[in-house]
Ligand binder design. Structure first.
Ligand code: NAD
Length: 266
């Protein structure tokens, strides 16, 4: 049976955990060969690559720190060496280093910006260069598809997390400006903005009953998101089913951006 992403190659950064892991799995299930980038958890990425291969797909795991240009280039070289090119790139890697503003160290500010914003810049630049080098392929209407992993915090301010919120606010205009620049070449750039998805990054927010109850007050739809929710959105955004979707942020957040505090008259 024909699948949505048959004969395409996808590279996902931060695929050893959480959303990246879920997105990689979903893209592979949709027929794409996948390059699973990991930073520190080799086993999880290698295990997923093995699982995908056993199921009849194609996958490799590649180590790289996305904040380092040489490592990002080496990651794309490894992708070309195995699969010749890439059609879909998901710039997903991200982290938090939370603290009250006056106590935030310059190191914590720079680490978050280096991964969440510069990491997406480097990954996206390598992707655009590869799409251009390779030229059109009959596997998709677009020359290439780039998905930036943003957050509801590209629009929702977040006290105690100014570094993270600044990085995601930055991604909003990064994505739109890049989408405007490369759309004439039929490169589609979009973002996914997850709400609260059950992953290690926000474990404190859902792993006790009290924390979960507090979190659910922020989610009109009444449940925490799962990585699968993001995986399905990524498959659609990466496929020709969304061919006319350009420069858009797709919020997958159970309504978190609907100002739930105003639901009972504010
Ligand atoms: P996670 O901690 O499970 O995964 C983050 C991934 O990024 C890990 O695989 C980690 O190894 C990788 N990473 C970190 N620094 C890296 C570096 N320098 N180079 C390469 N990889 C690096 O968290 P997650 O929730 O899966 O987060 C994935 C993305 O989704 C992040 O960009 C995050 O901001 C975003 N996001 C998550 C949520 C949520 O609720 N979980 C909500 C909104 C946005």
């Amino acid at each position: 049976m024909k699948k949505l992403l048959d004969n395409q190659v996808a590279l996902i950064t931060g695929a050893s955990s959480g959303i990246g892991y879920g997105v990689a799995k979903a893209l592979a299930e949709a027929g794409a060969a996948v390059v699973l980038n990991y930073h520190s958890h080799a086993e999880a990425a290698e295990q997923l690559a093995e699982e995908i291969t056993r199921a009849g797909g194609a996958a490799i795991a590649v180590q790289a720190d996305v904040s380092d240009p040489a490592q990002v280039n080496a990651m794309f070289d490894a992708c070309r060496a195995r699969f010749d090119t890439v059609d879909i790139v998901v710039a997903n890697s991200g982290l938090q280093k939370d603290s009250a503003f006056a106590d935030m160290t310059l190191q914590d500010w720079q680490t978050v910006l280096a991964t969440n914003l510069t990491g997406q810049f480097l990954t996206s630049q390598a992707a655009v260069r590869e799409f251009r080098r390779r030229g059109p392929r009959p596997v998709s209407k677009a020359l290439g598809k780039l998905i930036c992993m943003s957050s509801v915090h590209e629009v929702i301010p977040w006290a105690g997390h100014v570094n993270y919120a600044a990085s995601k606010g930055g991604i909003q205009m990064f994505m739109k400006s890049l989408a405007q620049e490369v759309a004439p070449e039929r490169i589609r750039v979009n973002s996914i903005a997850p709400g609260a998805i059950r992953t290690p990054i926000n474990k404190d927010a859902w792993d006790t009953d009290a924390a979960l109850e507090k979190l659910l007050r922020l989610i009109p739809y009444g449940r925490v998101g799962e990585t699968d929710d993001i995986g399905k959105a990524a498959v659609w955004l990466a496929s020709d089913e969304s061919d006319y979707v350009v420069g858009t942020t797709l919020f997958v957040d159970g309504g978190m951006t609907l100002y739930p505090g105003f639901a009972d008259n504010g």
